[in-house]
Design a protein around this ligand. Structure first.
Ligand SMILES: NC(=O)c1ccc[n+]([C@@H]2O[C@H](COP(=O)([O-])OP(=O)(O)OC[C@H]3O[C@@H](n4cnc5c(N)ncnc54)[C@H](OP(=O)(O)O)[C@@H]3O)[C@@H](O)[C@H]2O)c1
Length: 289
């Protein structure tokens, strides 16, 4: 049995995944643009993740663009039966590496086909609509046209399950009236807890919450409390940050991103790290939302 099972599993629609997964965004070049500095290392990280028991990978065709998906295909195709690849659509990259909304039905359909082709799949397991009302944080506004377009592609058999990214609870409810939402992927970590209530609301509905930037993303988490707890437990601050998320709610699925084999193994080892109530309370004071 993979040691990842110790952190438990959660459902994404009819698929069950280990709560400890892997986010592939860091496999593209600097600024998530262009090819990686070390292509062979990127392939090795993906294969090591699968070998360690990872069966949930997060990606998008706009990482690179195309780069991350093509590396996943090169490293892992034909895919293990239990592997669930979650992708996202709703943005396109400019030649200057900018991130631009691409939310018309035609653009969303094109993005689904780009993901299918570059991943080498006939059906995408899970597609998140990346909401771009405000690029950096969830903001209210109807997502009916975009989500209906994806629901149509689901009905055509190109997508198994749908999710949302950068979403509010109101948008989740709106989407649920169109088609089932299996996951929500928003920014959330020890120091960034605006979604505390959303995490719990989704837990009550059996919907997975998948924090992006679990380690702080482009601004790695830094906190004296975090460092003190890590030193006391004999682990790294990043491991404590991930263990806090696992303990925070049962519907949280982790997709920490890394291009480094050492960091990958360090992150996956967190599946066996449990924090007691006192430590949780101490860490909880860092970024109360
Ligand atoms: N939906 C969205 O809008 C959205 C936005 C951003 C990301 N995402 C998804 O979320 C995933 C996770 O986010 P992320 O990769 O941006 O941020 P993250 O997981 O918070 O942090 C990644 C950063 O931390 C470093 N790192 C990873 N493990 C480490 C460790 N054990 N010790 C020290 N440093 C470590 C990585 O560098 P090294 O490569 O050197 O390890 C990288 O710089 C992405 O892969 C992507 O799939 C989604």
């Amino acid at each position: 049995m993979s040691h990842l099972k110790q952190a438990g599993t959660f459902s994404l629609g009819d698929r069950s995944v280990n709560r400890m997964g892997y986010g592939a965004m860091q496999l593209a070049g600097p600024g998530v643009f262009g090819p990686p500095k070390d292509h062979a290392a990127a392939v090795a990280v993906l294969r090591a993740a699968l070998e360690a028991g990872v069966n949930h990978i997060d990606t998008s065709d706009f990482y690179g663009p195309h780069v991350t998906n093509r590396i996943i295909r090169e490293a892992l195709h034909p895919y293990a039966e239990d592997l669930v690849i979650v992708t996202k659509v709703g943005a396109l990259r400019g030649d200057d590496a900018s991130w631009n909304p691409a939310q018309s039905p035609a653009e969303l359909e094109q993005a689904v086909h780009d993901n299918l082709r570059n991943l080498g799949l006939d059906v995408l397991d899970v597609v998140n609509l990346r909401i771009m009302g405000d690029v950096h944080a969830p903001s209210e506004g109807s997502i009916e046209p975009q989500f209906s377009a994806l629901a149509t592609l689901q009905q055509k058999g190109l997508i198994r399950h749908l999710g949302l990214s950068n979403a509010t609870l109101t948008q989740v409810a709106e989407a649920q009236r169109i088609a089932s939402v299996v996951c929500v992927q928003n920014q959330f970590n020890l120091a960034h807890r605006e979604d505390d209530a959303l995490v719990d609301a989704l837990a009550r509905r059996g919907i997975a919450y998948v924090p992006f930037f679990p380690l702080g993303g482009f601004s790695p988490l830094q906190s004296q409390t975090l460092s003190d707890v890590a030193a006391r437990l004999g682990v790294t601050p990043m491991q404590v940050a991930l263990a806090w998320l696992l303990a925070r709610a049962p519907n949280i699925l982790l997709i920490p991103g890394t291009s480094s084999l050492g960091h990958l193994l360090e992150n996956l080892a967190v599946a066996e790290l449990q924090l007691d109530q006192n430590v949780m309370a101490e860490l909880g004071s860092i970024g109360k939302g």
